[in-house]
Design a protein around this ligand. Sequence first.
Ligand SMILES: *[C@@H]1O[C@H](CO)[C@@H](O)[C@H](O)[C@H]1NC(C)=O
Ligand SMILES: *[C@@H]1O[C@H](CO)[C@@H](O)[C@H](O)[C@H]1NC(C)=O
Ligand SMILES: *[C@@H]1O[C@H](CO)[C@@H](O)[C@H](O)[C@H]1NC(C)=O
Ligand SMILES: *[C@@H]1O[C@H](CO)[C@@H](O)[C@H](O)[C@H]1NC(C)=O
Length: 574
Amino acid sequence: MGGNLSKYAPIFLVLALSGILFLLRNIHTLERWNCQSVSSLYQLRSSISSVLKPAGQFLALDHNQTFCLHLGQEPSSEEAHEERYLLDSIAWPGASRRGVPVRKSSDPAHSYFVIQPPGSGQATWRVGGKLEVLVHMQNFLGQPKRYGGDFLLARIRSPEIGAGASGRVVDRRNGMYAVELPLLWSGQAQVEVTLVHSSEAVGVLKRLREERPDRVYFKSLFRSGFLSETTVCNLCLPAGPKQAALCNYTDSHTGEPWYCYKPRLLDCDTRVNHAKGGYKKNLLTTTESLLFASFAIKAPVQALGMDNITILPAIKGLSLMHRDQVKFMPPGYYYQGSWRPLSGMPIQQFNDSSAITQCLSGKLFYMYGDSTVRQWFEYLNAFVPELKEFNLYSPKNVGPYMAVDSVNNILLTYRCHGPPIRFSTVSSNELRYIANELDGLTGGRDTIVAISIWSHFSTFPLEVYLRRLRHIRRAIARLLDRAPGTLVVVRTANPQKLDPEVSLYNSDWFSVQLDAVLRAMFRSMRGVLLLDAWDMTLAHPTQPHLLHPAPDIVKNMIDLILSHVCPDKQEKKS
Ligand SMILES: *[C@@H]1O[C@H](CO)[C@@H](O)[C@H](O)[C@H]1NC(C)=O
Ligand SMILES: *[C@@H]1O[C@H](CO)[C@@H](O)[C@H](O)[C@H]1NC(C)=O
Ligand SMILES: *[C@@H]1O[C@H](CO)[C@@H](O)[C@H](O)[C@H]1NC(C)=O
Ligand SMILES: *[C@@H]1O[C@H](CO)[C@@H](O)[C@H](O)[C@H]1NC(C)=O
């Protein structure tokens, strides 16, 4: 083996030298011939780029990165109109303000909230009413902020009784925020207000999304015989006379774009896998990075005065709520640790695995998307002993996965969504777009489809996500047309744990924007159950925000789905 390798050493040396300039822009390596050479090439590349990249100074892109916004199936005029409307509707106030000194940015420690007295001449708070809270944002100098755009979250909770609900935050655009919290149970309840990011930090995130959609990059391995090469891939890659040629993997059905740089020696059809390449660093100036200090991210805003209230039971026969008060209702709330939807089907608890088996008996349950839907597969597979996972020899955490209960005829599958999936290594022949997978389903009353696609889109412009969802929505419409009884569950995004680094790639601010688009596009679609993972995470009285919500929350999600699969007969009759 060693003798064989040394034969190629001179060729390799020439290739390596001629490749160095090219490597400044592209990670383009020859793998396998000599692992050590590969890693030293990586090192060389990063040492050259760190020489060229002055620390703390943002380096403008040297090419026009439009990220293939206008590829994909042609939008109808209605869809194009919808896209413009959606993009307008999620415009963030104050996000284009630049050059605010850090000391004048929002400081959670100097900011405070005040519980407002009960409204409408009431003496106390009662179940069925609402609690109003006013948040006063201040900067690090302790001066009131005069403009909006801060990203705040709020909830009310009574941990002792396992109760919690999210609040609605309204930006008054003058440094004050009105929070409305629903009163849904009686007892002592505590209010929590969290600053996720200052408006100044949101401005930086918005700039990153527009200017650095390449801050997460991808790679593919190409292999044929004893030759192998790895090149950089993305939704769009800069092409030009100075660049390597491209391999075009644009999907023929949906038109979803995907490209890799062409390997120097191998053909495009020798691609064997797809993987997350890595995260680009040095994205921020020193000043900007201060806006992402740990104490400024997901930090509590304290109450001025009381942070808790006592909620009295509703008075029977007396409606406390005036019509104009009922404007806001969350999708549900927790009580005794269980999720209670405020509209739609009542939820049942599937505490025993036998109840789940009975409900899923005869069902085909297909799950598609990112790791947040894989959690559902994992939960069911682990909790229900009759479900046996079939060994497909899939890599861990990547899939595809399949579990079967052949006695009760239950099939469970999981498959990840297509590029830009950031999983470790997905075989190229397992890269599928959800829309195409849906087109391959027969569907019907015994079919359940669950889709979760959001997290891996957070680094791209919103148009990229809109286009992907449009393709999926069309495929769902076709599926429901040919098989009307199919249950389609679309999972929303959820808030997660953030630190200074994670924020730049996966901030909740990116997620909340994607989520707004997703909700608007699926909310009113008949036959689609929108599962509100955002609210189920935010409202939970004790569980922290995690990219993969705690098992407790997952259990509530599964209960919600199964309640739709197997509606309670008694409830149905009444
Ligand atoms: C990038 O290219 C697109 C399409 O060719 C063009 O519309 C856009 O103005 C360009 N943007 C920049 C910043 O050059
Ligand atoms: C890639 O292929 C698609 C469809 O096959 C085509 O529309 C697109 O223009 C191609 N991209 C480039 C850069 O040639
Ligand atoms: C309610 O808030 C007051 C004032 O902040 C505090 O002293 C008290 O301990 C709180 N009560 C509960 C039950 O959290
Ligand atoms: C299911 O478990 C929860 C939590 O342990 C419990 O509160 C609830 O009463 C149980 N429900 C049923 C139907 O067994």
